[in-house]
Structure formats: C-alpha cells, structure tokens
Design a protein around this ligand. Structure first.
Ligand code: ADP
Ligand code: MG
Length: 417
C-alpha cells in the first residue's frame, strides 16, 4: 500500500503549492498509508492538517476527520474546496436535505474528506451510514479534547474509540494535537487505545514568536499605541470576559482601529461573520475570549495580546501560538497584574477540592512565568518538558533584563525545576 515519495511530493506541489514537506510530515503520511496508527504532537502552526489531508487525497475512499468546532470544519472545508478537493462536513448546522446530499456524494465515492463533529458521529443514522461507506482512515484533530486535563474538554470525544470500532476496527487512526503536557498525552493514548501508535513529537519551540510581559498600568493607552504603530497588521486581543471583549472592541473602534468582537455570547451568525471578516482581512483586529482561535488557520497574525492573564501557561502557549503561523515574526504581549490571578482564583471557588487545587497550581505557574526575570522561552519550554540550553535572545527578559537579582533568581528556578 506504500506510495512513492515522488507521488507524495507531486501531490504536495499540485494541490497545496508547497515544494517541501515540513518536519516529519512525510513520515507521518507514510505511516497512515502503511495502515498504522499515528499520534502527532506538534505545536500550533506546524502543519498538522496536511498530515491527514494529503493521504486522504491519494487514498481510495473517504477519510473521516473528527473535529470539535463547526467554525474549524468550515475553515478547512473551504480551503480544500478552493484547492479543488471535494471535502464536506456533517454537523448540526446542516439541514436534512444538505445532509442527504453529502451522504449521496460519499456513497458515490466523490468525497475525499468528511469532517464530522463528535456529536454527529454519535447519531445512529450517521453511524449506520458510515458502515456502508468506503472509509480510508480516521483523523482525530484537536485530540486533547478527549482529556479532562486538557483545556478544551469535550465529553463526546470519549466515545470516539467505540464508534470507530463499530464502523471498522481495522481503520488506521491518526490523532493530532498541539497540547504538550505529558499528562494529556498519556490520557489521549489510553482513551483512544493508541498505546501502540507511532508517536511523532516535534519541538514546541516557536522561534519566530517574541514574548513580552508588560505591567497593566494604563493598559488601554498602551494597547492603542501598540496597535496604531502596527496599522494594517492582523492581531488578536484576548480578554477574560465577554463584557471586557465588548468594551475593548468599542474602545478600539472609537480610536479609529478596525476591530470586531468574538465571544460565545454573540449570535452565532454574527460570530461567523466576524470570524470571516478577520480571516478575509476585512478587519485587522479580533477582540475575543478564548472561544476564538482553536484550529483557525490565519497564517499572518502578527500579534497576540493578552489583555488579561490566562488561566494556565498551557492556555497562554496555545493562544500566543496563533501568531506567526506563516513562520514570519509574531509578537506576544501579556498585560499582567496580580489582581487578575486573584480574580481567576475566585472563579474557581465552586469547583471540587482537587479541581480547585489543580487550578491554583496552574495559576501559580502562570504568575511565576510573568514575574521571573528568566528567559521566557526557557521557562515555557521547560513547562512542556523540553530543555533549552541557552537563553533565546528573543524575549523581553533576554533583550531588556530589568531585574538586578537575575543570577540568584535563576539559581532558585533551576533548583526548583
Ligand atoms: P496546525 O494544525 O499544526 O496548527 P496547520 O495545519 O493549520 O497547522 O498549518 C499551518 C500553516 O502551515 C498553514 O498555513 C499551512 O498551509 C502551512 N503549511 C503546512 N504544511 C506546509 C508545508 N509543507 N510547506 C509550507 N507551508 C505549510
Ligand atoms: Mg490544526
């Protein structure tokens, strides 16, 4: 079942317009073509989608892509259609008639990729349909959604394993995620029965991202000044609450900045419109809660600004990771104030004892990261179990060391870790 490297490379050029595979893409694709399971851990922007899109094109039948968000599916289906590849989705946004049309096309063998939400996968009529279809393999994107330790837990992801088994237990599976914490990785492999999968893990160092932490003093002024000095550049501003998102979007608008809000409280159609406006470059700045961004492929986001502190370093890493996906420089600014940590801590007061303890640890790690004078990248990578031998030279602490006790502080950090 092996397909020659030349054929893959030709397809890469023909369909996607790329000359080279990035990192392990080619090995990952070959592993699926050989009928094996794969577990792919790569940071945001590394090019995980291609690892299932390309084999789906060259293999016979339809590949199932399980994906957690309608916006994400639509984004990829649009991209594939633009490349001339027949991709479709099945989710709650479709009418009965539309669903039947998709199914007919699949049975006729015309569809290369079927994106499907885990909820839809659970439905009995979809399940019986998939049993009749010619399925090539199953991709599980954003696989960390399966884990309660992850940042986007979806209970329906837990059922994926048994559903695939019912459709066809022999199908090769490829699970992909940008989550790097070891706990989540183990959870994913166990829950999906992928203990024997070939694991492809690349470094989580995003070398083109500049990390900077600023005081929240006069944050609005700082924000406007920064954006105005980067006019025409695409950026995302993350705020903690929907209310704050609205306030900041208004603030930017009255200051002549082309910005739109995005949060889960907006009407779904407005949400879609705002997202498309951002993707299509009709608007420069998206002011959003963390509801925005997972899997969204906008390559030229030049800055990600955290107006409020994130709940964990993992969250911070994922959100900042949306900058610079094209490999060009991206700037990540976090406006930090201890009060934000207290606020976040209060949100946790109704949680169970162990969950509350976990959340506290995550917040303490976030605060340490913001306060320490040590190279941000070394801290961040260390959090993901990676060792960076030298200071990166491309973060605020490297370029503008401010703290006089850096050496001592570093000694303490090294001891602790
Ligand atoms: P991920 O899912 O890992 O976050 P994506 O699959 O969305 O990342 O890809 C990120 C960007 O990298 C996209 O714009 C994609 O077109 C681009 N890309 C993927 N593979 C290659 C490649 N081999 N050469 C050049 N660009 C690539
Ligand atoms: Mg992705």
């Amino acid at each position: 079942n092996s397909i020659s490297n030349d054929v893959l490379k030709d397809q890469l050029k023909k369909t996607f317009g790329f000359d080279q595979f990035r990192g392990e893409q080619e090995h990952i694709i070959q592993n699926t073509l050989a009928g094996n399971h794969s577990f792919v851990l790569m940071p945001t922007g590394a090019g995980k989608s291609l690892c299932y899109q390309l084999p789906a094109i060259v293999m016979e039948g339809t590949a199932i892509v399980i994906s957690p968000l309608i916006a994400l599916m639509k984004n990829q289906v649009d991209q594939m259609l633009a490349f001339g590849i027949n991709a479709q989705f099945l989710n709650s946004s479709l009418t009965r008639v539309e669903i039947n049309k998709v199914k007919t096309e699949i049975l006729a063998g015309k569809v290369k990729l079927l994106y499907i939400a885990p909820e839809s996968l659970n439905k009995q009529d979809n399940l019986s349909f998939l049993k009749q279809a010619n399925i090539s393999f199953v991709a599980i994107d954003e696989a960390h959604c399966i884990s309660e330790w992850g940042h986007d837990f979806r209970p329906e992801y837990r059922k994926i394993k048994s559903i695939i088994e019912e459709v066809n237990p022999k199908l090769p599976i490829i699970a992909l995620t940008a989550t790097a914490t070891p706990k989540v990785q183990q959870d994913i492999q166990k829950t999906l029965g992928l203990e024997d999968a070939k694991v492809f893990k690349s470094s989580f160092n995003r070398k083109n991202l500049y990390y900077e932490i600023r005081s929240k003093h006069e944050v609005d002024k700082q924000l406007i000044r920064y954006i105005k000095s980067h006019t025409g550049k695409a950026g995302i501003i993350y705020c903690l609450s929907r209310k704050k998102v609205e306030d900041v979007a208004d603030l930017l608008l009255v200051n002549g900045i082309n910005a739109l809000p995005y949060h889960a409280g907006l009407d779904p159609q407005i949400r879609i419109n705002n997202q498309e406006a951002f993707l299509n470059e009709e608007v420069d700045v998206m002011v959003a809660t963390i509801a925005f961004g997972m899997g969204i492929d906008k390559p030229d986001v030049r800055f990600v600004i955290h107006y409020d502190a994130p709940k964990s370093l993992e969250g911070y890493y994922q959100e900042t990771g949306r900058a610079g996906r094209d490999g060009l420089d991206g700037t990540c600014i976090l406006f930090f104030d201890h009060d934000d940590i207290e606020k976040l801590d209060k949100f946790n007061k109704n949680k169970g004892v162990s969950e509350k303890e976990n959340a506290k640890i995550l917040l303490a790690e976030m605060e340490d990261f913001a306060n320490l004078g040590i190279c941000r990248r070394r801290q961040l990578l260390h959090y993901f179990g990676e060792y960076l031998g030298e200071n990166c030279g491309f973060c605020d602490n490297c370029q503008h060391p401010t703290q006089s006790f850096k050496a001592e502080e570093e000694a303490v950090w090294v001891l602790k870790t």
